[in-house]
Design a protein around this ligand. Structure first.
Ligand code: GDP
Ligand code: MG
Length: 162
């Protein structure tokens, strides 16, 4: 079986856009409006000749449990199945309480985590990415999933740990 890479993070940070970027095609559903359910979806991906299974997450509905728990739960299931995790944060927003909750879960999992600082569309936004060192997950990798900026570098790093 192929190694499994899970992509987790809050709604609307750009997980599905990143998945599409990695796949090199439009397949994962990108939502401009958060809240439309789409459960864990697995794709076969390849980078520099290595194949792996890529799991997009984000199926969620805002319900009585609140966003926090739903995101963390969803991420937890994906992480259990994964060999490595891409944790995506919206660098233009910065780390939220929900992000902090996911970080705690990721730490407990013991799985290798690559921190993706997404929506770094230009040089100016690199400073936003640097703020995410504060999450304590090591180097934040600045990426623009939308434009492709930095996506190759982060994938090289992913394959080092996968
Ligand atoms: P998900 O809920 O985490 O899967 O997020 P989506 O991939 O559905 O993206 C949510 C919104 O963020 C969409 O409007 C995307 O076009 C936008 N988005 C995703 N990546 C980027 C990025 O790198 N830069 C910018 N500016 N917008 C992005
Ligand atoms: Mg999505």
């Amino acid at each position: 079986p192929l190694p499994v890479l899970a992509v987790v993070g809050r709604p609307n940070v750009g997980k599905s856009t990143l998945v599409n970027r990695i796949l090199g095609r439009r397949e994962a559903v990108v939502e401009d409006v958060p809240g439309v359910t789409r459960d864990r979806v697995a794709y076969e991906a390849e980078w520099t000749g290595r194949r792996f299974t890529l799991v997009d997450t984000g199926g969620w509905e805002v319900d009585a449990k609140g966003i926090h728990l739903r995101v963390a739960e969803q991420a937890e299931v994906a992480v259990e199945l994964a060999d490595a995790v891409m944790f995506v944060v919206d660098a233009t927003v910065g780390a939220t309480d929900t992000d902090e909750a996911v970080v705690k879960m990721l730490r407990r999992s013991g799985k290798p985590v690559i921190l993706v600082a997404n929506k770094v569309d230009d040089q100016r936004a690199e400073a936003d990415a640097a703020m995410l060192w504060g999450l304590g997950l090591g180097q934040p990798w600045p990426v623009s999933a939308l434009h492709g900026r930095g996506s190759g570098d982060v994938l090289d790093e992913v394959l080092r740990v996968l």
